[in-house]
Design a protein around this ligand. Structure first.
Ligand code: NAD
Length: 505
């Protein structure tokens, strides 16, 4: 399906992709796929004003009805899964199966949010005072700013959007400047859902197009009580303090440096596909991509041999061709940073398999690479850094305690896994003494999380949680209510405060 047909299926007008100052190219072949208009600072000011208006109306709509709008949006996504999935592939370069998978993830979170809209529960709490009742109630926060990265152009936004909306918050979305067309498409699909839902105020969703300048204005604006920002740790280092400075809230979803421990008892027939998928899917450009493999020394040679054989079978090329499993890197700068990392590894004595540029004859303006396996003698600062490309560092260990030590000795803390058939090792890995990450798996890879769990990580990954479980609480304001239904006025902790009541009129 050519881009023009995709655009028409998704309801994007031709004029929306022409004449703007932001040039959008496809990483597949470097072709320009749109020139999109950017949001100016005065535009943003007006958008936020309208978002506040939308909030005033939306918070009055009962949560289960808010869920109904998300159900309708989910229907639109089901009906448009194919063109939206293709657009995601064209704009981000991920293979079509993953582009469609992203849209499926949006559908899944919509389903989750619809159910959640009837489950925004608070506690009731025993009061120490007679004739009193305590309870917690949860209330919408206000416009929620969502900043997203190029590598998940739509799913990460949807995790935030579906939950924020049922919680009663409008959303102002600043997508990556590398993938704005997917965001425009989502806005169109949501507008279709709104047309079928009379109680939806205008401006429940605004899309702000541009780079970090406009994003920083959004981040600094006091009308936005919550900023959910997904991207590099460098971005989080700026956004976190800026929002904190105005006492706003953040959900930070930043870089990862995910590892897998492969123990001697591991079932390698399971470990092998899990390693390959985690390391090379999305060309190593997932926040949960496998970047470090910590293998027991007794099985390392065998596993590396099998991995090299598996890597050689990987088809690299046009991500829209179903035969290919590895698409391009997002751009030249990603390619350069991969090559720099490999050069440094070489300088540190690493043995490197793969890593070269691929299919450049077919796509001279794009950056495809052979995924790299890099055997390192030790975990150096290079390995501790996230290089956002298919570079898998391989390290060895003798004792599990040492493997866990290496595992945790990085600044990031997103995803992790162990392959073992030893119950003691598996339990240790997910225990207080094990992985220090937000996601710790046993006998599956580091990437490809389901929406039902809370997603996010520790340390420099930012500490945020989004998607399932009770992540919704970050999008709401909690009030503790104490209700006195007695005819007395006792104070808590038995405090006596006896002023001359008799003298009062
Ligand atoms: P990036 O940090 O360059 O950009 C991400 C978003 O932040 C973009 O929309 C960008 O415009 C915006 N931004 C950049 N600087 C900003 C600033 N100073 N203030 C406000 N906004 C700013 O990241 P990227 O290259 O698009 O994505 C790759 C990175 O994202 C990797 O580090 C990856 O691990 C991370 N990531 C994390 C998760 C997660 O859930 N933890 C998910 C996806 C991607």
């Amino acid at each position: 399906m050519p881009i023009k047909d995709i655009r028409m299926h998704l309801g994007i007008e031709e004029g929306e992709l022409t004449g703007g100052a932001l040039r959008v190219t496809s990483p597949i072949d470097g072709a320009v796929i749109g020139n999109v208009e950017q949001t100016t600072v005065p535009d943003l000011d007006a958008i936020l004003g309208r978002s506040i208006e939308a909030f005033r109306g939306w918070r009055q709509v009962p949560a289960p009805q808010r869920g109904e709008l998300i159900r309708l949006f989910g229907d639109e996504l089901r009906a448009h899964k194919e063109p939206l999935g293709k657009l995601v592939s064209i704009e981000s370069g991920k293979i079509l199966a993953e582009g469609l998978g992203e849209v499926q993830e949006m559908i899944d979170i919509c389903d989750f949010a619809v159910g959640l809209s009837r489950q925004l529960y608070g506690l009731t709490i025993a009061s120490e005072r007679p004739g009193h009742r305590m309870m917690e109630t949860w209330h919408p926060l206000g416009p929620t700013g969502v900043i997203t990265a190029f590598n998940f152009p739509v799913a990460v936004w949807a995790w935030n959007f579906a939950i924020a909306l049922v919680c009663g918050n409008p959303v102002v979305w600043k997508p990556s400047e590398k993938t704005p067309i997917s965001a425009i498409a989502c806005k169109k699909l949501f507008a279709r859902a709104c047309r079928r839902f009379a109680a939806a105020p205008n401006d429940l969703l605004a899309v702000v197009i541009g780079g970090k300048d406009v994003a920083e204005r959004l981040v600094d604006d006091r009308r936005v009580p919550l900023i959910s920002a997904t991207g590099s740790t460098a971005m989080g280092r700026v956004v976190g303090p800026r929002v904190a400075q105005r006492f706003g809230r953040t959900i930070l979803e930043l870089g990862g440096n995910n590892a897998m421990i492969v123990a001697p008892s591991a079932d390698l027939s399971l470990a092998l596909p899990a390693i390959v998928f985690s390391a090379v899917a999305t060309a190593g450009q997932r926040c949960t991509s496998l970047r470090r493999l910590i293998v027991h020394e007794n099985i390392a040679a065998d596993l590396i041999r099998r991995l090299k054989a598996a890597y050689q079978t990987l088809k690299i090329g046009d991500p829209l061709d179903p035969d290919n499993l590895v698409g391009p890197l997002i751009d030249q700068s990603a390619f350069q940073s991969m090559q720099n990392a490999l050069d440094q590894a070489r300088g540190q004595g690493a043995s490197i398999f793969g890593g070269q540029r691929a299919v450049q004859d077919t796509f001279p303006e794009a950056y495809y690479v052979k995924p790299a396996l890099v055997e390192m003698a030790e975990q150096t600062d290079l390995v501790r850094r996230e290089t956002f490309s298919p570079v898998l560092y391989v390290l060895t260990y003798r004792e599990l305690d040492r493997a866990i030590e290496i595992h945790n000795d990085v600044p990031q803390g997103l995803s992790s896994s162990i392959f073992t058939s030893d119950m003691r090792e598996a339990e240790t890995f997910v225990s207080d003494m094990g992985s220090d990450c937000g996601i710790a798996n046993v006998n599956i890879g580091t990437s490809g999380a389901e929406i039902g769990g809370a997603f996010g990580g520790e340390k420099e990954t930012g500490g945020g949680r989004e998607a399932g479980s009770d992540s919704w609480k970050a999008y709401m304001r909690r009030a503790t209510n104490t209700i006195n239904y007695s005819s007395e006025m006792p104070l808590a902790q038995g405090v006596e405060f006896d002023f001359a009541k008799a003298a009062l009129p």
